[in-house]
Design a protein around this ligand. Sequence first.
Ligand code: SAH
Ligand code: SF4
Ligand code: F3S
Length: 468
Amino acid sequence: MNDTPKTYFIKTFGCQMNVYDSQRMQDTLAAQGYAAADGPDNADLILLNTCHIREKAAEKVYSEVGRLRKLQASRRAAGADMRIAVAGCVAQAEGEEIISRAPAVDLVLGPQSYHRLPSLLARVAAGEKVVETEFPVEDKFAALPAATDRQVRARGATAFLTVQEGCDKFCTFCVVPYTRGAEFSRPAGEIVAEARRLAASGVREITLLGQNVNAYHGEGPDGREWNLARLLRELAGIEGVARLRYTTSHPCDMDDDLIAAHGEMPELMPYLHLPVQSGSDRILAVMNRRHTRDLYLDLVARIRAACPHIALSSDFIVGFPGESDADFAQTMDLVEQVGFAQAFSFKYSARPGTPAATMPDQVPEPLQAERLAALQALLRRQQADFGESLVGRRFVVLFEREGRKPGQLVGRSPYLQPVVVDAPAALMGTLARVEVTAAGPNSLLATLPPGATGDAMARAAQHPALAG
Ligand code: SAH
Ligand code: SF4
Ligand code: F3S
């Protein structure tokens, strides 16, 4: 070992929980004396944080490792070294198989073992090939080191915070219950402490994460079980926290308390990602979604009654095994009825080991592609209509990055759209009230009305209903 700091490079695939996990691994490596490399070429450790949700996820990881292997060989030829680690959901799903197929990989670690990274890396340094895909009993989150003030500030004014992990729902198409394990809620006190640290380091918006975030039921500091609404109310009281979001929710876990919170809490942004997957009861049943089309529509009506201006988003799968033209028509009809501000839609992809993978009547790819195109055209139109409906409106944005052109900042609307504004750089990381002047397909343009830049005023006017 020499004295120069070891360097690492993390490449993250998949969902926001992987983004959060990668940050926690960065914090862990920093605490071990590692420094961030600016690219894979000069890193002593490369960590791929992988996703297994759709398509040839594992194949992509193998081809990525294939490219890294060449880099590893040239670094070794130059007298340096490079270790390759594979983390995330492909690591959990494939385990040992990764090292037998890709011997360049030194470490395979599943999502529940990230707090063991230092001891695992020590074993790798001693020349061992290590595979860790257990589901340990200890609280991983409590065992991971906290981010330092500098690390949080470097990540900006918006932050992710995982509050719940894993899933017990077992939708027949989905790998998550196998890769992330059983549903687990972090204790509320731990989450509140983490949120306080984030806020103290300049974070203004926190997005609570979980595969089933609205199933949250952690132990509160009062010894009682807290639901997500209770947790959100607590977090809203933290000095500096101006905006709260949460994702992803399951329709069956959308309780009355949480619906009421959307009508009552100005800090809770009026945006809800609520995956429905299909509009056909027959397909929803085979998917084991545990809800019907009517339950979803009724839920949407109740949420809109509590918070009339809420923007809804969803996930859809087309071409699930056995999906007929009539089933697909039901999905299109549901989309027409609800009107989504934004949505993600995918062709069904058979995942090894899930029940749907071996169901009869797999839908041929060309038909899947045709249905996806029709659905996406409708969703795009709804998204554009929603954007158009905001032109002329005023609301508060939180500036989180620089725009493409000099003098521009980009913030998020309450409805999560990027909003591009000509604004002084000093407003980065602050809230400001803006007026929307135009809507593009994926973002809005807005201006800063003269004199309307005060962060405190903006906070008071945060709720679009109050923003005029
Ligand atoms: N926990 C969330 C979503 C998890 S995965 C929920 O319950 O909705 C994110 C999205 O990926 C899912 O909503 C689904 O639309 C999509 N997805 C999951 N498995 C898939 C598969 N096998 N094929 C295609 N899309 C899939
Ligand atoms: Fe997957 Fe269904 Fe669980 Fe969502 S609820 S993570 S889609 S099994
Ligand atoms: Fe992918 Fe795992 Fe997230 S499969 S979507 S990284 S939970």
